[in-house]
Design a protein around this ligand. Structure first.
Ligand code: DUC
Ligand code: ZN
Ligand code: ZN
Length: 473
């Protein structure tokens, strides 16, 4: 009888704190040994010359989420998690969106059914609270947190989603009581509506005006307001998809005052700019996401935020719509105004290679920081550590094996999701994940899909220690 189900040998292992050469022995889906000369195994993967990293955790993806009348998201759970696995991820965290008037439990049941048996990677759901009624905050949310849905997102903009300040305060208060971590989409709803009306009245309806309608002040103001409201009730918050220095300064200001305010940024804020929205015809629609990509100075600011530790997590905000599709970016109404173009871009497969290449290879961050930003901190922030997000004895054997020197020019032809374009077309990167292992089972091996759909499981989570109010720890 062999001692291990799988040994990954000869590679360089990196965690959020250390880098070392050793073999990894896997038994029953968990890491059982780190060392050399581990003996016999049912399967051996030679990782010499490769990096052996914790599988990526993408704590901000949208899958199969209703996004407006006649709009369909490009990914279901099968295609999204396949794409994630090819991008070196072993766990993704999508959202259960509560529609107004809908019960939270009902929303969860619906998304769980869509995911059941169809995932290649593990998944763990956040909630989106759009209708914080008394029963939602009094009964449903506490019960769901108890069941392992220990984080949720709130929106400060969008028709049907935006919460008023009173509602935000009630939701924040409920998060404090239940121990859930709140993620905040910080943009000022009324300011966007006002600017959108003005632009449309002036005939400025092309996709590039999506960015004009959501300038930095819109994000800065909402970021500051969210921080202030959270301070009032003493609840930690995560400001997601931060795009620019003004918003970063608000978060840094809060952190310097000892508030538990966390930050997330995404690839689009490092390598895209507002100019990408100014394509021929409707081409700019491919880059419509919120907040919009800004300028080179904002990209530099996001790098500084990463380097200075203002951001704990780097996520994709994968939110894919097909481009050449009337139910996607080319929805007929979208041609009449940017306001109808569905918001979001694909990115779960390219998140890790972009940060590895632009960050590690270009010397902006080290490999251990890369692991922290893309895996370990996601597990810590969202109540999955140390089962997930590291390479340690007893942890789930969620591993991505990387060729750190492979040169790749990103193109849609090599993507594995449901979208028909990538916003990163033509971007040259160095370093690519070649094998992805989820709980000891190779899902992608040497660039080929070898896993079975349905291997990916839904994971309930613990309450995050980072969600504890400042007053209690
Ligand atoms: N916010 C997200 O987090 N994703 C896509 C669209 C949006 O506004
Ligand atoms: Zn958002
Ligand atoms: Zn998002």
């Amino acid at each position: 009888m062999t001692q291990f189900d799988l040994i990954i040998c000869g590679g360089t292992v990196a965690t959020a704190s250390d880098t070392f050469d050793c073999d990894v022995g896997v038994r029953d889906g968990r890491i059982a040994a780190l060392g050399t000369d581990l003996g016999a195994a049912g399967d051996v993967i030679n990782a010499s010359g490769k990096l052996v990293l914790p599988g990526g955790i993408d704590s901000h993806v949208h899958i199969a989420q209703p996004s407006g009348p006649d709009i369909v998201m490009a990914d279901d759970f099968e295609s999204a998690t396949r794409s994630a696995a090819f991008g070196g991820n072993t766990l993704v965290m999508p959202f259960c969106l509560q529609q107004r008037g809908q019960g939270l439990r009902d929303a969860v049941t619906g998304y769980r059914a869509l995911a059941e048996g169809r995932c290649h990677t593990d998944v763990s759901f956040h909630l989106i609270i759009s209708d914080p009624t008394g029963s939602v905050l009094g009964q449903e949310l506490p019960a769901l947190v108890e069941d392992g849905y220990t984080s949720f997102k709130v929106f400060m903009t969008y028709d049907g989603l935006a919460l008023a300040d009173m509602e935000l305060l009630k939701v924040f208060s409920c998060a404090r009581e239940t121990g859930a971590l709140v993620m905040v989409h910080a943009e000022n709803y009324d300011a966007i509506r006002f600017l959108t009306e003005q632009l449309e009245q002036g005939g400025k309806t092309a996709p590039k005006h999506h960015a004009t309608s959501r300038p930095i002040a819109v994000e800065r103001e909402a970021t500051h307001r969210a921080i202030s409201l959270a301070e009032l009730v003493d609840v930690p918050i995560m400001i997601v998809h931060v795009s620019n220095d003004d918003a970063i300064q608000q978060i840094r200001w809060a952190q310097n005052r000892g508030l538990k305010v966390y930050g997330e940024t995404c690839p689009q804020y490092l390598v895209l700019t507002e100019k990408d929205l100014d394509g021929l015809n409707m081409d700019g629609a491919k880059y419509v996401c919120s907040p919009p990509p800004r300028d080179k100075a904002s990209q530099q600011a996001c790098w500084r935020g990463i380097q200075a530790g203002v951001f704990q997590v780097f996520s994709s905000d994968h939110c894919p719509f097909r481009y050449d599709d009337p139910r996607g970016k080319l929805v007929p109404n979208g041609r009449t105004s940017f306001r109808w173009v569905p918001n979001g871009i694909p990115g779960v497969e390219t998140r890790l290679p972009i940060l590895f290449s632009e960050g590690v290879k270009k010397g902006r961050i080290d490999l251990n920081n890369f692991v922290a930003l893309t895996a370990t901190n996601h597990a810590k922030m969202y109540g999955l550590y140390p089962r997930k997000g590291t390479i340690a004895i007893g942890a789930d054997a969620d591993i991505a094996i990387w060729d750190p020197d492979r040169s790749v020019t990103i193109s849609q032809s090599m993507m594995h999701g449901g979208a028909d374009y990538t916003p990163y077309e033509g971007l040259a990167v160095t370093g690519w994940p070649v094998t992805t292992i989820v709980r000891g089972q190779p899902v992608v091996r040497d660039g080929e899909l070898v896993g079975q759909m349905g291997h990916g499981l839904h994971l309930p989570r613990e309450r995050s220690p980072y969600a504890r109010p400042a007053a209690t720890g």
